[in-house]
Design a protein around this ligand. Structure first.
Ligand code: PPS
Length: 330
């Protein structure tokens, strides 16, 4: 189902030398049962070498019709959207949310494909999870289960300004791996599709092009920051859920950055601890990278050079404009 090529170029080799992450490109060879307008052709996706062991199983994974998939490029608002969606799907069960980690309530589909740890059993956990499941994935259409399109599962797709995404991704990457990558090198990796899940631009475009299909809800991290109530309203409607004004106000408080950061079941810090263990890096709670970092729009201005900003804007414009998408170009 996939043609696989190992990546060898200066950005990929630099990453491999420094962080030990070998990268591959996966090209889907089968006919994917989804119609994408504007003669879209599937592009290769960059993933860690280890991913190839699982790629076929993931593509053949049997989904359930009532699954809800939260799909994003990394660092674009996944966790925030997972918590919102899980709460809406579970009668705003604050007690359960406060007692069970989000990544157990809303499982990360391809986790075992990212880091070589044989003891992880996310697929088994998913198979045993009660319906309706709220599933997290960063996979693009070419790598997702084909069954999603046959069964028309609901998909909530969230994107974010690539400049803020890159800064957020860079801090997590640097915070987990014992790495020496500079932010300029990291920008180079993303711009040249030498980082897991690349290309960001193809990822966003694919879902933007199918945003009007009835099983898709598409919004941005910036939309959530600007008017969370409106996004809760849209998402409730999409999920066919109805809540009172009072309940929605409670949910808004629950979803605030401050509340989620302080909540040990929502702040993904356990995930960071697990990743430290996987990469054999000591975890020190006080010094460790905090998943809930800033939670702001436009922070990139403090961290990216003008040259990087201009190169990212140019790449965004060149990629999005031919398809009529005018987000994040400058
Ligand atoms: S991941 O690892 O891909 O699942 O990360 P993801 O959840 O997509 O993105 C993490 C960024 O989202 C911010 N975040 C929030 N912002 C505002 N409000 C709330 N409630 C919230 N929850 C998570 C988080 O801080 C990361 O952004 P940065 O810019 O790094 O702070």
């Amino acid at each position: 189902m996939f043609q696989i090529k190992e990546l060898h170029n200066s950005a990929a080799d630099n990453l491999k030398n420094k962080e030990g992450i070998g990268l591959i490109n996966l090209y889907p060879l089968d006919k994917i049962p989804v119609t994408i307008p504007k003669s879209w052709t599937f592009k290769p996706t960059c993933m860690p070498v280890h991913y190839q062991i699982r790629a076929e199983d993931y593509a053949n994974f049997e989904v359930r019709e009532d699954d809800i998939w939260i799909i994003t490029y990394p660092k674009c608002g996944t966790t925030w959207t997972q918590e919102m969606t899980w709460m809406l799907m579970n009668d705003l069960n604050f007690d359960k949310s406060n007692s069970i980690d989000l990544l157990q309530r809303s499982i990360f589909f391809e986790m075992e494909g990212l880091v070589p740890i044989d003891t992880w059993k996310n697929i088994e956990l998913l198979n045993n999870q009660e319906s309706p499941r709220v599933i997290k994935s960063h996979l693009p259409i070419g790598l997702l289960p084909r069954d999603i399109w046959r069964k028309k599962c609901k998909i909530i797709y969230v994107t974010r300004d690539p400049k803020d995404m890159i800064v957020s991704f860079y801090h997590q990457f640097n915070g987990i791996l014992p790495c020496n990558t500079t932010i300029d090198e990291f920008v180079e990796c993303i711009l040249t599709d030498n980082m897991m899940y690349c290309s960001y631009w193809n990822h966003v475009l694919e879902f933007w092009l199918i945003r009007e299909q009835s099983n898709i809800l598409f919004f941005t991290y910036e939309d959530m920051k600007k008017d969370l109530k409106a996004i809760i309203g849209k998402t409730s409607k999409f999920l066919k859920k109805d809540y009172t004004e009072e309940q929605i106000n409670l949910l808004m408080k629950h979803l605030s950055f401050e509340n989620m950061k302080a909540s040990s079941t929502c702040n993904n810090q356990d995930h960071i601890r697990v990743l430290h263990a996987a990469y054999k890096v000591d975890y020190d709670e006080k010094k460790a990278f905090k998943f809930m970092r800033k939670g702001l729009v436009g922070e990139y201005k403090k961290e990216l050079s003008q040259d990087c900003i201009e190169r990212i804007n140019a790449k965004t414009k060149e990629s999005f404009e031919p398809y009529g998408l005018d987000l994040y170009c400058g």
